[in-house]
Design a protein around this ligand. Structure first.
Ligand SMILES: [Zn+2]
Length: 135
């Protein structure tokens, strides 16, 4: 009986702290810069508008969202140190934490790209709220 209760408590705690691991099956070496990337655990960002403002700003700098996606994949694929998890209105138990790779050279390349394209601000995290806060 005591064991069953302990297992139930462990299952409940594990269910509350889901973590998205985006590094599974991916090399820790940046495919563009060939340096070891840092594995980071970050808070999942939820809510609207999320990173849309940054996505639109980058798309305007590149000419289109598709052009930005191409340049990001080719020049700085691991520059993000945040993870956008959607919206907790749709998912009542969204993940709270995410594990991802961040390449220090991608971060530099992205900052330089933005300045070269005419952005007057270095990259900033999206204006979203951390997971766990409700509306
Ligand atoms: Zn890189």
């Amino acid at each position: 009986m005591r064991t069953a209760l302990a297992l139930a408590v462990i299952a409940a705690v594990a269910g509350c702290s889901r973590t998205v691991n985006t590094t599974k099956g991916i090399s820790a070496i940046c495919p563009v810069h060939h340096v070891r990337m840092e594995k980071r655990e970050v808070a999942v960002m939820l809510g609207y508008p999320g990173p849309q403002r940054e996505i639109l700003a980058n798309a305007m700098l590149a000419g289109s969202i598709r052009a930005f996606s191409r340049e990001e994949a080719a020049l700085f694929p691991y520059s993000k140190d945040y993870y956008f998890g959607g919206d907790d209105i749709i998912d009542e138990n969204p993940p709270k934490r995410a594990v991802l790779y961040v390449c220090p050279e991608c971060v530099k390349a992205f900052a330089e790209w933005k300045l070269k394209k005419g952005a007057d601000q270095p990259p900033t995290p999206p204006p979203a709220r951390p997971a766990g806060e409700r509306h």
